[in-house]
Design a protein around this ligand. Structure first.
Ligand SMILES: N[C@@H](CCC(=O)N[C@@H](CS)C(=O)NCC(=O)O)C(=O)O
Length: 203
């Protein structure tokens, strides 16, 4: 299989962590791709018309995207049970959606600074994105910690990657302040070999 990926994409990191955790990594060739909405670079437009990574070309040549679809596919292939069953499935998918929403907001904040010309920037909009992240993290701190213990799930992987990305691009926001339980969980999760092996290069 071929995975279109970049070392700094947190969505691609979800897939890479899953590959490490499930032992599927040797079946993957990583193809580095990068670009943005205004300069697609070598993003795989022929594999994903949305021009986003990650995108996976399966062994039968079929391309699939986005990270949630790829992770679900690979989990199924490995038989690793990272999505659970029954009621657990809905809880895990919702946690993954929450983590992906944190990433969507954090990525928009990154693009605002890196891509939008200074005079066109809109601080209230950026702050609104941060408020989404802050509410999501408060929600996990107050009500979601139970899901973070126990066997590894795709929700945990997604949240671990999301928190790492918030540190990577928005570290000055200090998300740990007032969220000690989540901070303690993140410290343990970040030490997993799969997280260590997929750390992005220095910002
Ligand atoms: N929902 C998608 C989001 C993927 C995404 O936004 N990837 C970014 C890199 S982190 C990208 O490809 N951006 C290029 C663009 O939007 O043109 C997923 O889960 O895979």
């Amino acid at each position: 299989m071929q995975l279109y990926h970049s070392p700094t994409t947190p969505f691609g990191r979800k897939v890479m962590v899953l590959l490490h955790e499930t032992g599927l990594l040797p079946r993957i060739t990583v193809i580095e791709a990068s670009g943005s909405p205004i300069a697609p670079g070598n993003l795989p437009l022929d594999k994903n018309p949305l021009g986003k990574i990650p995108a996976l070309v399966r062994e039968d040549g079929q391309a699939i995207y986005d990270s949630r679809v790829i992770c679900r596919y690979l989990d199924d292939l490995a038989g690793s049970g990272l999505y659970g069953q029954g009621e657990d499935l809905w809880r895990i998918l919702t946690l993954e959606a929450l983590a992906d929403g944190i990433l969507d907001a954090a990525l928009l904040m990154t693009y605002e600074v890196r891509l939008r010309p200074e005079p066109l920037r809109f601080p209230e909009w950026t702050e609104g994105q941060w408020q989404k992240i802050a509410r999501a993290l408060d929600h996990v701190e107050a009500q979601g910690m139970g899901q973070l213990s126990g066997p590894l799930t795709m929700g945990q992987i997604a949240l671990g990657c999301a928190l790492a990305y918030v540190d990577f691009r928005h570290g000055a926001r200090n998300w740990r302040a007032g969220r000690p339980r989540l901070a303690a969980w993140e410290a343990g999760f970040a030490a997993r070999p799969a997280m260590q092996a997929t750390r992005p290069p220095a910002a």
